[in-house]
Design a protein around this ligand. Sequence first.
Ligand code: OAD
Length: 253
Amino acid sequence: MSELERQLDELVELLRSGPKIAVLTGAGISAESGIPTFRGKDGLWRQFRAEELATPQAFFRDPRLVWEWYDWRRGIIGAKEPHAGHRVLARWERYFPHFVLITQNVDGFHRRAGSQNILELHGNIWEVRCTKEGTIAENYESPLPEIPPLCPACGAIVRPNVVWFGEALPSETLEEAYAASATCDVMFVVGTSAYVQPAASLPLLAAERGAKIIEVNPEPTPLSSSADFAFLAKAGEVLPLIDERLLAGRGQA
Ligand code: OAD
C-alpha cells in the first residue's frame, strides 16, 4: 500500500466517524478550472499591482481602470467551469450533517458547482454594490455594456462587491467563519497560500481547538508542517479520491 493510500484510508476513517467539518478554500481550488491564482508563477499579483486595482483609493481615483480589470477577470471566469473538486465539496454539504464551506474566492465557482451555504469572505465578483446606497445586486453581464456600470435605481457608480486591500471583511460572514473554525473537528484547507489574514488565522484557530487539519496543495505552505494530513497534490485530483473512498461500499459512489 502506498503512503498516499494509507493516508487516504486513515482520513476516510476519520470522516466516517461523523465529525463537524469546515473547509477553507483559496484561489488554488480554481486553478484547475483555468483561473489564475494570485501568488503563483503566473499569479495576478505578479502581473498587476494590487494597490492600483484592488484598493478603495484606486477605485476612487480611476473607477474605469479598476472596472476594466474586473470586467477582464469576469470574462475569464465566465468562460470556465467548476471542476470535480468543487463538485465534491458541493456534495459533501449534503452528505455531512455538519459542514461549512468558507472561501476566499470571488469567482462564484462553489455556487455554480451546487454549494449553497458558502461563507464568501472576500465577496463575489458577480455582485455589484451601489457606492451611494450600498445596495447589492447580482450582475452576470460579461462583457459589461457600460464601464463603469451604474446603479439602475439611483444612477451612481456601482463597484464590485469584493473586499479590497485595506477594507474590512463582511463582519457577519467573518464571525460565522470564526465560529465554524473554532467548533469543527476537521478542517480542510484547500488551495490557499495561507498568507492573507484574517483567513489564514482560521486553520490556526481550528488547530488550537483540537481540530485535525487536512491540507490539499501541490506546494508546501506555512501550514503544511503542522497539518495532520498534507496532500501535496491538486484539489481536482485529491478531493475526488477522498470522495470515492468515502462512498465506496455504500452504493453511492
Ligand atoms: P494564492 O494565489 O496566494 O495561493 C494559491 C495557492 O493555491 C498556492 O498555495 C498554490 O500552491 C495553490 N494551488 C495551485 N494550484 C492548486 C491546485 N490545483 N490545487 C490546490 N492548490 C493549488 O491565493 P489565496 O491563498 O487564495 O484577496 O489568496 C488569498 C487572497 O489573496 C485572495 O483571496 C485575494 C488575494 O490577494 C483579495 O483580493 C482580498
